[in-house]
Write a protein that binds this ligand. Structure first.
Ligand SMILES: [Zn+2]
Length: 282
């Protein structure tokens, strides 16, 4: 089996928007400590920023860029649960606004995108093309989300696991759009969820490393959230148990895990994978 590479990706957004109204503890306290570990280990990562976080915490965003990490767009706000439930016009407006918010603060427009809650649809792919964003990492193969019992909000069970050009009609199928989709890696030990800071806190170090070892692809895209890097339950005692368990300030263990990965694998950024894909894609 060819050697796998590791991509560490972070969705920089307000604290778990499904349960908490407007709070940025993860961004303020979690991101600076994560940046320190990444600098120590010389790991370059992908940070997907929401536009409103850029407006509210410009200094931390500049620090991310200043340390040489790659910047992507994670929409304007994180209030919306599913992009796929919105019209194409709404998505166009939201992504265009986010691009402006990010470039106003960083002087640089993002060229990569990740939708909140992996919620891309065919309209999103068309909007990305029109917004000159050619790299998307919003698909989590294996993920299926249903509303009530039957209506599917998204269904990525059949989506490819290696990079592909998504179809303009259905982003889970290969097609001929100008976008390269680099899927987030499904956790082989827990189908339908990613591997990242939340699973490290929730399942522990051994299972986190085992999950990465079990991945049968050429790369592993890890998914981190700032709010998973702080003791969120201490600030918000009414959170569901699983959220408190997944959100812990546990930087020592995190540092040990990232260092252990460094001794077994190479790290890269999504743009490296995009470039290699384009070099072989006819
Ligand atoms: Zn998000």
């Amino acid at each position: 089996m060819p050697e796998k590479r590791i991509v560490l990706s972070v969705d920089v957004e307000r604290d778990i928007s499904k349960y908490i109204d407007e709070s940025y503890i993860g961004v303020k306290e979690g991101i600076p400590q994560l940046l320190e570990i990444l600098a120590d280990l010389k790991i370059r990562s992908n940070f997907f920023l929401t536009g409103n976080v850029c407006r509210k915490h410009p200094a931390i965003m500049k620090e991310i860029l200043g340390q040489g990490h790659n910047i992507g767009c994670h929409g304007s706000e994180h209030k919306v649960q599913y992009y796929s439930s919105k019209t194409r016009e709404w998505q166009e407006e939201n992504i265009s606004k986010a691009k402006k918010q990010i470039s106003t603060v960083l002087g640089k427009a993002p060229k990569a995108f990740r939708a909140p809650n992996f919620s891309v649809n065919s309209d999103t792919i068309r909007v990305l093309e029109s917004q000159d964003i050619r790299l998307d990492s919003s698909i989590l193969p294996g993920r299926v989300v249903k509303k009530w019992r039957l209506m599917k909000l998204l269904d990525f069970r059949e989506a490819p696991r290696e990079p592909y050009r998504p179809s303009r009609e259905d982003p889970t199928k290969p097609g001929d759009s100008n976008v390269v989709e680099i899927p987030v890696t499904e956790n082989p030990l827990h189908p339908g969820i990613p591997i990242g800071s939340g699973t490290l806190n929730y399942f522990g170090k051994e299972e986190f490393l085992d999950a990465i070892r079990e991945v049968r692809q050429s790369y592993v895209v890890l998914l981190f959230h700032p709010w998973e890097l702080v003791d969120l339950g201490r600030h918000f005692p009414d959170l569901p148990d699983w959220v408190s368990k997944a959100c812990k300030s546990n930087f020592r263990t995190l540092g040990i895990c990232l260092e252990e990965l460094l001794s077994n694998y190479q790290y890269c950024v999504l743009e490296d994978i995009q470039e290699e894909f384009l070099a072989t894609d006819k």
